[in-house]
Write a protein that binds this ligand. Structure first.
Ligand code: SAH
Length: 512
């Protein structure tokens, strides 16, 4: 068996753009990625298909795997001949226990490569507008662990030296121990007027900064309810933030956008949103695939004349239905005139009309309840309805029609196949209120997205979430799911969409 290899890679402090090129290359090659809690999950989108993702994240008060178990896991994975990326927040050797992992791999005789990362000790202050050194203010910076060891702060720290240090002090893992850190310094003679800052979730949309001095930073941090992860910066350089603050001033600071995974223009959209300070969560382009079994549709096509209605519930449904007809050497003329066509919304209707078909019924409203009411007036008890749909279609429509006394033949005309790992992170972000804007650049991005959420309570999940569409057709596709677009670009291009979002947030800020 060929020997595996482990890349110990620094993922940077959070902003996905702050990983190195070499780190990205390693991710693209990996067979397995073992990653931590503070790693931005969108970095995992750079992995190849079929990669195995192993989360070994530590939670503040609960370790999922012990360090020894992680070390053995890495050894085991690499011994089985695979290319392993051990992806760690910031830099792997700055309080990351990367050294221990590297030693375990060396001891096992496994090839190892180390890809340094941008540490939060420098980048988080930088995103708060605080340079760790500055001519005339600070000629050194010291990075210190603020982590509690058995009830008291690590005794390996020379507090006397730190208290006298005229340079910048940067504490990681210290927010819970902030009162103790401040006391240790002040008791040893550090001036209480020394400026101090606490920055939590630096480089991310949740970034929060508390400014003060050693006299009041503890109270201010508690009042602001800042929590880990946070970096504490103590020293004169903190005063520069007032002039150098930049990240929070970007128009999309604080917003996390959902964008369909890079396909042509979507990559452009991600770049533009990030350039304006937004964070982007890319969700997987769902593959739309033919059904596993064409049998039910074939049979329905043989009996088309027996139906009163064909009711299409998506553009994809229309496309697969007609593709099958075409495969059989048929075209729209195979649909008998007596069969009426229904479409769930304007995008679906348009797709039928583009094929020269007359659509007799499109519900006026696209909310589920209203739709059902409208349907009841048109589709009469005793009628037969062919319902071409996706394999995982929402069942309420078929159920409603059956309740109304119609005979419904649902047939699967396509399947939606998504990477469940990525879908999981989208759903989790929505549930935790960490996704603020959904962007849609075509009806198919809308359909792909809602395929991910199939069977979930959309109203609850999307409460407070802004929906932004590139134009009215896409907005209409959103309506098909009973929702309304908050932002619709007036120029139907990616720059037009970004501009519409900028205007939207500017207006909101003015109104607040
Ligand atoms: N190897 C990492 C540090 C790991 S220790 C690095 O080089 O950055 C974890 C600590 O890093 C956290 O407790 C916090 O102090 C800091 N940290 C990491 N990411 C952070 C972020 N986005 N914002 C604020 N602090 C962060």
């Amino acid at each position: 068996m060929k020997a595996g290899k482990v890349y110990l890679v620094g993922a940077g402090p959070g902003d996905a753009g702050l990983i190195t090129l070499k780190g990205l290359e390693a991710l693209a090659q990996a067979d397995v990625v073992v990653y931590d809690r503070l790693v931005n999950p969108s970095l995992l989108n750079h992995c190849k298909q079929g990669v195995q993702l192993i989360y070994v994240g530590k939670l503040p008060d609960r370790h999922i795997l012990s360090q020894e178990e992680i070390n053995s896991l890495l050894v085991e994975l690499a011994t089985s001949g695979r290319v392993v990326v051990r992806l760690k927040g910031g830099d792997p050797f700055v309080f990351g226990r990367g050294g221990e992992e590297a030693l375990a791999l060396k001891k096992a005789g496994l090839p190892l490569e180390i890809v340094p990362g941008i540490t939060s000790a420098i980048a988080v202050p930088a995103y708060a507008g605080i340079p760790v050194t500055h001519r005339g203010l600070s000629s050194t910076f010291t990075v210190i662990t603020g982590h509690e060891g058995e009830g008291k702060i690590n005794t390996a720290i020379d507090w006397d030296r730190l208290a006298k240090d005229p340079g910048t002090l940067v504490f990681l893992m210290g927010v819970e121990n902030l009162p103790l850190i401040v006391r240790n310094l002040v008791e040893r003679g550090q001036a209480v007027a020394t400026p101090a800052a606490v920055v939590s979730w630096g480089t991310r949309p949740e970034q929060q900064v508390v400014l003060g001095t050693l006299a009041d930073i503890v109270d201010k941090t508690a009042a602001a309810k800042l929590s880990a992860p946070a970096v504490i910066i103590i020293g004169q350089v903190v005063g520069l933030r007032e002039q150098l603050r930049w990240y929070e001033n970007l128009p999309f600071f604080g917003k996390r956008f959902l964008v369909t995974r890079a396909r042509g223009q979507a990559a452009d959209l991600s770049r533009r949103l990030q350039a304006l300070g937004g964070e982007v969560l890319e969700y997987p382009a769902i593959a739309i695939e033919p059904p596993l079994d064409w049998g039910p549709l074939e049979q329905a096509l043989n009996e088309l004349a027996s139906f009163d209605w064909i009711f299409f519930t998506s553009v994809n449904g229309v496309e697969f239905f007609f593709k099958k007809l075409q495969d059989r050497g048929l075209d729209v003329r195979a649909i008998p005139l007596k069969v009426q066509l229904g479409a769930i919304g304007p995008a679906t209707r348009q797709s039928l009309e583009q094929r020269g078909l007359k659509v007799t019924y499109v519900p006026a409203e696209y909310r589920a309840e209203a739709l059902a009411l409208g349907l009841g007036e048109r589709l009469r008890p005793g009628q037969k309805v062919l319902l071409p749909r996706a394999d995982l279609a929402r069942p309420w429509l078929a159920e409603y029609l059956v309740q109304r006394g119609l005979t419904v033949t649902p047939v699967t005309v396509y399947r939606t196949v998504a990477s469940s790992a990525a879908a999981g992170s989208v759903i989790e972000s929505l549930e935790q209120g960490k996704l603020h804007v959904l962007t849609f650049t075509s009806p198919s991005t809308v359909n792909n997205f809602f395929a991910l959420l199939k069977g979930r309570d959309l109203a609850r999940l999307l409460r407070g979430v802004t929906i932004a569409c590139i134009g009215p057709v896409t907005a209409a596709a959103v309506c098909d799911y009973g929702l309304t677009a908050d932002v619709v670009a007036s120029e139907y291009t990616i720059p037009g969409l970004v501009q519409a979002l900028k205007d939207y947030y500017q207006r909101r800020e003015r109104d607040e």
